[in-house]
Write a protein that binds this ligand. Structure first.
Ligand code: FMN
Length: 159
């Protein structure tokens, strides 16, 4: 295989940027992710690639629950704050306010426009990332916004 071509092809995929969260009691994890897609209408499934050695992976595997929020186009700085380990101080994660989601009690960052909560239905140990398939059980819209798009950030996570 032409490895350079493989990298370029995989990086040509269009991605949004999201904050993924999980929680087990007082343990919280939140991270910026881009490997996300809807995968079924009925039931409403999403699929995500989640780094196996991350705290996020450990918590969502243990609890079977996750929350996902879409970043708005002007929230690149928030995305950057969630590349690093999660620090919870009161009602903030990495300095950003959160509230518990209504159905599963997972942290929702209140600055982000769109959110959902989901229950893990399948976890395939693909490689360095697991393929997580989860069913959406709750969703909300705080305000309408254009989403942050990977291509516009100049960042890459893929190849
Ligand atoms: C541009 C970018 C995109 C990322 N996308 C993903 C992703 O799709 N899945 C993932 O598991 N980690 C992704 N990461 C890494 C996570 O942001 C990072 O591992 C996580 O915040 C740290 O998790 P932890 O503190 O739970 O270990 C990405 C990192 C960057 C810089």
């Amino acid at each position: 295989m032409d490895l350079e071509a493989k990298k370029k092809v995989l990086r040509s995929f269009t991605y949004g940027l999201y904050i993924l969260t999980a929680r087990d009691g007082e343990a919280y994890a939140a991270g910026t992710v881009n490997w996300v897609t809807q995968a079924s209408f009925t039931p409403p499934l999403i699929a995500l690639g989640v780094k196996r050695d991350s705290h996020l992976h450990a918590l969502l595997e243990r609890t079977g629950k996750l929350a996902l929020m879409t970043l708005a186009a002007d929230q690149k700085a928030i995305a950057q704050d969630f590349f690093r380990p999660t620090v919870r101080e009161g009602n903030t994660l990495n300095g950003h306010p959160f509230e518990p989601s209504p159905t599963l009690g997972l942290p929702l960052l209140t600055e982000l426009p769109y959110w959902l909560e989901a229950e893990v239905r399948h976890l395939y140990p693909g490689g360095d990332h697991s393929v997580v398939v989860a069913e959406v059980v709750g969703a909300g819209v705080r305000y309408e916004a254009k989403p942050l798009v990977m291509w516009d950030t100049g960042w890459f996570y893929g190849g």
